[in-house]
Write a protein that binds this ligand. Structure first.
Ligand code: NAP
Length: 248
């Protein structure tokens, strides 16, 4: 299937984990993909790996999505180098976990600035181009904890719940131009982010997942690819949980 032939996509946080898998999936079906992450080394390596499988499909851009000006510049560069964007995937995200009692102001600010303001920055930067694009899509990677909360993640849960509200507002504002905006809410997925959990924490989490296992990055990428495809043109403002049944 080449669902993304002649499409240009931006994947923030594409340097590893879920973002890299989304970028690889879109490239595998014909998209030109801008792989964005903070570190040049990480997005460069991800783009190299994707290009090894799908030559010429991926270009790396090292940008901090929390930096409003830098994201405006990024949008100009991508437009010049890859052409007008059809698909924007807001996947960049960080955690700074800790119980509220001990959470520092900078832990709150860093998480909100990346996970929520980062999406505001990219949507502002790309919306004019998306409004004129064919099959325009915005997909925000939220989290199950944005739906149900999690002790020790007040900052992260708030950022992801905020991202879900943002998704619905953007879906309504841009619906007149046929830009769809949806969220995917992954459950616990095997990446560097969840490698930080102890074995005891992992066992406790698995006890709450009806399908009895962590998800793979491919599980998230498949759902994102469907929402990004022309087949999903009548779906907007939705939150698709890909979580092994955790939040049913
Ligand atoms: P990850 O392995 O930690 O990768 C995060 C990616 O985001 C990296 O490429 C990182 O770039 C990039 N990034 C972080 N801050 C950034 C910034 N300010 N500007 C640009 N790029 C930035 O994370 P993951 O597990 O794949 O998670 C991806 C998304 O899914 C996140 O939004 C996360 O909240 C969400 N999610 C994950 C899980 C899970 O279980 N893994 C569950 C629910 C939701 P650098 O390499 O340059 O730092």
């Amino acid at each position: 299937m080449q669902r993304f032939a002649n499409k240009t996509a931006v994947v923030t946080g594409g340097g590893r984990g879920i973002g890299q898998e989304i970028a690889r999936k879109l490239a595998s079906e014909g998209a030109k993909v801008a792989v964005v992450s903070r570190s040049a080394a990480s997005c460069g390596k991800a783009a190299e790996e994707i290009n090894a499988a799908f030559p010429g499909s991926a270009t790396a851009f090292a940008v901090d999505v929390a930096d409003h000006e830098a994201v405006q510049e990024l949008a100009k560069r991508i437009n010049d180098e890859l052409g007008p964007v059809n698909i924007l995937i807001n996947n960049a995200g960080v955690t700074r976990d800790g119980l509220l009692m001990r959470m520092k102001e900078e832990d709150w600010d860093t998480v909100l600035d990346t996970n929520l303001k980062g999406a505001f920055n990219t949507v502002k930067a790309f919306m004019r181009v998306l409004m004129k694009a064919e099959d325009p899509r915005i997909i925000n990677i939220a989290s199950v904890v944005g739906l149900i909360g999690n002790a020790g993640q007040a900052n992260y849960s708030a950022s992801k719940a905020g991202l879900i509200g943002f998704t619905k507002a953007v879906a309504r504002e841009l619906s007149g131009r046929k830009v769809t905006c949806n969220a995917v809410a992954p459950g616990f997925t095997k990446t560097d982010m969840t490698d930080e959990l102890t074995d005891a924490q992992k066992s406790a989490v698995i006890g709450n997942i009806p399908l009895g296992t962590f998800g793979e990055t491919q599980d998230i990428a498949e759902a994102v690819a469907f929402l990004a495809s022309p087949a999903a043109r009548y779906i907007t403002g939705q939150v698709l949980a890909v979580d092994g049944g955790m939040t049913m």
